[in-house]
Design a protein around this ligand. Structure first.
Ligand code: FAD
Ligand code: SF4
Ligand code: SF4
Ligand code: SF4
Length: 354
């Protein structure tokens, strides 16, 4: 007799109450009876549970076996030289050639350019992270289908958004059958489970064509982040862009001098789940994009598989981006490896101290 599947109650005890829920929304996206909703980032059972086990099987925070997932996603495990950055083919410095993209994006606009090209090649939706209209800097999933919509959601939100709820919605509510998804490493892990795992969701698997992961060291708890800004005299409603650069946290507030403080000063706002997260470079995606490793105004793009390579080359061929290959031993890339090592070590230390 096969063992009974683990269900939402197990997620409650093994993940949510332990503080390791990353609020990715994977559980809600795959629940066949739509009985899970996220309330301020916390999954809640809001209806009947038919004990199918989909939510537990697709949660990135339970028993995630990296080698098993590497085999499923890439058909091989990482080699010795890939210990810190995960499976990859090549690394590039990328910059958009489009003034409209450069005016809206966070760094070099690689992500938005890839998405714009994906839509122009027949993709019928991209799941990105925008801001709620009647709230201050509350990140929310958005299903975009035009260049304008992609650019309206460009730029980094340093709080979390349940991206995979957006993926579920793109497929079920908007009937999109060919989508790209942008997300943090934890979200890419959830998505990889949904599309390749033991209990994959067939509809989502068939719809997801491109996975773009972001580099991510941490995200902030929205409430305490807003309180922090308030205490520091920063009117968050006037902030046009947040960024983390050279160890400093910066809030741009229009014409005034930007608010800038040592990153360590805002670390108290980091979500508890991020302390046990070991993935800096979105190790389970077609492409991973960040800012460290390349000069200001450029994006660092790690191409992990053929799908990622094809997406980058097509975007370059369409004339949307400048692309410069980076050697694996490029001096500037050392910081990416250093941060990836640090994140893994810090997570191990944190888990050992529990
Ligand atoms: C929470 C967070 C932490 C990060 N930390 C680092 C870091 O430590 N080091 C580093 O090198 N890079 C980090 N990045 C990546 C960096 O900020 C840029 O997203 C990346 O360089 C791409 O720049 P771009 O100009 O190509 O992106 P753009 O063209 O501006 O596109 C950015 C895309 O990211 C999406 N997005 C924004 N916020 C979120 C979010 N919270 N969750 C999911 N998707 C989102 C947007 O909707 C958009 O589609 C982080 C990103 C996030 C979201
Ligand atoms: S029905 Fe399935 S996915 Fe939904 S809560 Fe129950 S076990 Fe989880
Ligand atoms: S699937 Fe994501 S949102 Fe759901 S419990 Fe796991 S980590 Fe939290
Ligand atoms: S640090 Fe890890 S858990 Fe936190 S948002 Fe980034 S990828 Fe997710």
């Amino acid at each position: 007799m096969s063992a009974r599947p683990k269900i939402f109650g197990h997620l409650m005890t093994e993940v949510i109450r332990k503080g390791t829920c990353v609020s990715c929304g994977s559980c809600a996206a795959v629940c066949p009876v739509k009985s899970i909703e996220l309330d301020a980032g916390t999954p809640k059972l809001v209806g009947l549970c038919v004990a199918c086990g989909m939510c537990h099987a697709n949660c990135p925070s339970v028993g995630f076996d990296e080698a098993e997932m590497e085999n499923l996603v890439y058909g091989r495990v990482r080699e010795e030289g890939e210990a810190h950055l995960g499976v990859h083919m090549a690394i590039y410095a990328v910059k958009s050639k489009d003034e409209a993209v450069l005016a809206s994006c966070q760094d070099g606009g690689a992500v938005s350019s890839l998405l714009i090209n994906f839509l122009s090649e027949g993709g019928d939706g991209v799941v990105v992270t925008g801001l709620e209209e009647d709230a201050v800097w509350v990140a929310t999933p958005v299903v975009a289908s035009s260049k304008e919509e992609v650019l309206a959601s460009a730029g980094t939100k340093y709080t979390s958004s349940p991206t995979l709820v957006g993926v579920g919605s793109a497929v079920s509510d908007y009937a999109r059958g060919n989508i790209a998804v942008v997300g943090t490493p934890c979200q890419m892990r959830g998505l990889s489970r949904i599309v390749t795992g033991e209990k994959a969701d067939a509809k989502i698997r068939d719809a997801v064509d491109l996975k773009i992961g972001l580099l991510c060291m941490e995200t902030f708890n929205h409430e305490s982040f807003m309180e922090y800004l308030d205490g520091a005299g920063v009117d968050a409603s006037k902030v046009s862009k947040f960024e983390i650069k050279s160890g400093r946290f910066i809030a741009h507030t229009g014409s005034d001098e930007p608010y800038s403080v040592k990153l360590s000063k805002v670390k108290d706002n980091v979500r508890p789940c991020c302390h046990s997260c070991s993935d800096f470079t979105s190790e389970f995606a077609d492409l991973s994009v960040g800012n460290v490793g390349t000069p200001d105004g450029w994006s660092t793009v790690i191409v992990r598989n053929e799908r990622g390579d094809a997406a980058l080359k097509a975007t370059e061929k369409a004339g949307l981006i400048d692309v410069k290959p980076l050697e694996k031993d490029d001096k500037d890339l050392e910081i990416v490896t250093k941060l990836a090592k640090k994140k893994r070590k810090d997570a191990e230390k944190h888990l050992a101290s529990e």
